[in-house]
Structure formats: C-alpha cells, structure tokens
Design a protein around this ligand. Structure first.
Ligand SMILES: Nc1ncnc2c1ncn2[C@@H]1O[C@H](COP(=O)(O)OP(=O)(O)O)[C@@H](O)[C@H]1O
Ligand SMILES: [Mg+2]
Length: 188
C-alpha cells in the first residue's frame, strides 16, 4: 500500500516518520520516502520563490523519481511518502496531519530558518484547510489526524490504525475529514 503522509509544515510528518524508522518492527513494515530530501538533494525544482523562501518542486520529475524508488522496494512493504507535497502524487491513502494554527505557530516559531511571515503563511494555510482541500479534490481515501493535543507516539498509533483499517477494507470513521474547523476558533 502506498500512503501519502502530508500536512502543513510543522504538523509532525518528519517526527512521525522518525519514530517509524527507529523501531525495528515498524522498519520491517514501512519504507519511508522523504520527498523534501529528494527534491532538495536531487534539485528537482523549477526555481526558488525568494520572497516566500520556498522551492517550487518539479512535480513531474518528482513523480518519476518516486516511481523509480517504489519499484525497488521489497514486495509486501508499505510505502510512506512523507512531505507536504505527497498528496499530489499517486497513492492509495492520504493521511493529513492537522494542528491548531495557534499551536502550529508555536511549533514553527522555534525554527530558526523560518521568518515571521513564513510562520504566518503556514498557520494561515492550516487555518484554511489548504492541504486537506487539495487532498479531497484528488482522492476519496483521505483521513486526518488532529495532532494538537496528542504526543507523536499517539500520532504514530493513529497512522497505523488508519493503514490497518484500510487494508482490511474498513473505513476508519474517527479520522474522516471535515470534523475539524479551525476557522471558527481562530481570529484571523
Ligand atoms: N504531536 C506533536 N505534539 C507536539 N509537538 C510536536 C508533535 N509532532 C511534532 N511536534 C514538534 O513540532 C515540530 C515540527 O515537527 P516536524 O516533524 O518537523 O513537522 P513537519 O515534518 O510536518 O514539518 C517539531 O519541533 C516537533 O518536535
Ligand atoms: Mg518535515
């Protein structure tokens, strides 16, 4: 199964994949593809937006490269594509990590390489459900996890619960999108 683990920067994608790759039983089941690492490391971008301080990924090249990587993964392993662009690539399930914008602002504020405006831009994108909307436009298999008040290990458990449930052909009802509404809780 190919899983896209997406979410606004700061929602915890890399943390969750770090836990998955540290534990031997998870490492046997999941092959993790770090999309940011590929985009930056292999220069798969069309340019850099200097004012927003972001690289514009070349999605066609990225998709091709990821396909290649996936073809080398041993049969039976689940593939987790990690990154805020992962929902734009072909997958079987999209898992969107969500964080209340105020908590997200706090998490991103700790990043030394993030300007005030970059923190704000991401918190606003989270408030407006940008990645969730892009995901549900592309796939029927979209689930979201609210990471605001749970620790990373609990998020890992939720990710696995969603994957196992989909493998059994079930719908993980607790994670269906549309239950969160930041906008009514946030002053923009
Ligand atoms: N469930 C969580 N609760 C609180 N803080 C978290 C949680 N998950 C991640 N963090 C913290 O938030 C920050 C961003 O996490 P990171 O995994 O880098 O996000 P992403 O890869 O989605 O951009 C880090 O400082 C991390 O320690
Ligand atoms: Mg990350």
């Amino acid at each position: 199964m190919i899983i896209a683990l997406t979410g606004t920067p700061g929602t915890g994608k890399t943390t969750i994949c770090g836990i998955l790759s540290e534990h031997s039983q998870y490492r046997k089941q999941f092959h993790i593809i770090d999309l940011n690492k590929i985009v930056l490391g292999e220069k798969l971008y069309t340019g850099k937006d200097e004012t927003r301080d972001t690289y514009e990924a070349d999605m066609d090249k990225l998709e091709e490269r990821v396909k290649q990587v996936i073809s080398q993964v041993p049969q039976g392993m689940d593939i987790i594509m990690e990154g805020h662009l992962s929902h734009l690539l072909p997958s079987d399930v999209i898992i969107v990590l969500r964080t209340h914008p105020v908590a997200l602002r706090k998490r991103l504020g700790k990043r030394k390489n993030y300007s005030f405006s970059k923190v704000k831009e991401n918190a606003n994108a989270e408030a407006l459900d940008v990645i969730l909307v892009e995901s549900v436009e592309r796939s029927k298999n979209v689930f979201e996890i609210n990471t605001t008040d749970i620790n990373p290990l609990a998020v890992v458990k939720s990710v696995i619960a969603i994957i196992e449930s989909r493998k059994q052909g079930k719908t993980p009802d607790g994670y269906l999108p549309g239950k969160l509404n930041w906008i009514e809780q946030v002053e923009l």
